[in-house]
Design a protein around this ligand. Structure first.
Ligand SMILES: CC(C)(COP(=O)(O)OP(=O)(O)OC[C@H]1O[C@@H](n2cnc3c(N)ncnc32)[C@H](O)[C@@H]1OP(=O)(O)O)[C@@H](O)C(=O)NCCC(=O)NCCS
Length: 135
C-alpha cells in the first residue's frame, strides 16, 4: 500500500511544503526545513500513497568511536493515513538503511504515549539510562 524511499534533495525541494505540513502535525513550533535538505549524514525517509507523501522519518547517522547509530527525529504519519501500517513499513525500511550505513542501532526519544505503544510493538525498547541537559 505504501511506497517507502530515501528522499533525494530534489524530492525534498519538490515536497517542502508537504514536509513542513507533516512536521506541523508533530509540533506547534514553526518548522524551518530548508537547512536540513543538504545536511551531511541526514536521510529523509518518505512514505507515499500513490503520488502523495504521507509519512516522514528524518534520520541522522551519528558516527562514533564504538560504532555508528542512526538517530531518528521528525517521525510522523499524516493523520488521514494512521493505523494502516505506514510507520511499520517506514521503520522496517529505516532498519535496512541503518544496516547499509554500518549502524549497529537505531535511537530516538519519544514522550507521546500512543507513539510509545507503536514503537514497542515494532520491537523498540527504552534504555535504562539516558542523560540530557537542556541548553
Ligand atoms: C505514531 C505514529 C507515527 C504511528 O504511525 P502509524 O502509521 O499509524 O503506525 P502503524 O499503523 O504502522 O502501527 C504500527 C503498530 O503500532 C500500533 N499503533 C499505532 N498507533 C497506535 C496508537 N495510537 N495506539 C496504539 N497502538 C498504535 C499499531 O496497531 C501497529 O501495531 P500492530 O501491527 O500490532 O497492530 C502516528 O500515529 C503519528 O504520526 N502520530 C503523531 C506524531 C507522533 O506521535 N510521532 C512520533 C513522535 S516520537
Amino acid at each position: 500500500m505504501f511506497t517507502v524511499k530515501v528522499l533525494t534533495a530534489t524530492d525534498c525541494r519538490k515536497e517542502e511544503e508537504r514536509i513542513v505540513s507533516l512536521l506541523g502535525q508533530l509540533s506547534d513550533k514553526r518548522v524551518l526545513f530548508a537547512p536540513a535538505i543538504e545536511a551531511v549524514n541526514v536521510y529523509h525517509i518518505g512514505a507515499y500513497q500513490g503520488e502523495t507523501l504521507v509519512g516522514l522519518i528524518m534520520s541522522t547517522k551519528m558516527v562514533g568511536w564504538f560504532g555508528n547509530r542512526l538517530y531518528l527525529d521528525g517521525v510522523v504519519v499524516d493523520v488521514a493515513y494512521r493505523r494502516m501500517g505506514c510507520l511499520q513499513k517506514m521503520i522496517r525500511f529505516t532498519e535496512e538503511l541503518a544496516v547499509s550505513l554500518d549502524c549497529y542501532a537505531i535511537i530516538f526519544t519519544s514522550s507521546r504515549p500512543s507513539a510509545i505503544v507503536a514503537y514497542r510493538k515494532l520491537g523498540y525498547k527504552t534504555p535504562t539510562t539516558a542523560f540530557r541537559k537542556d541548553l
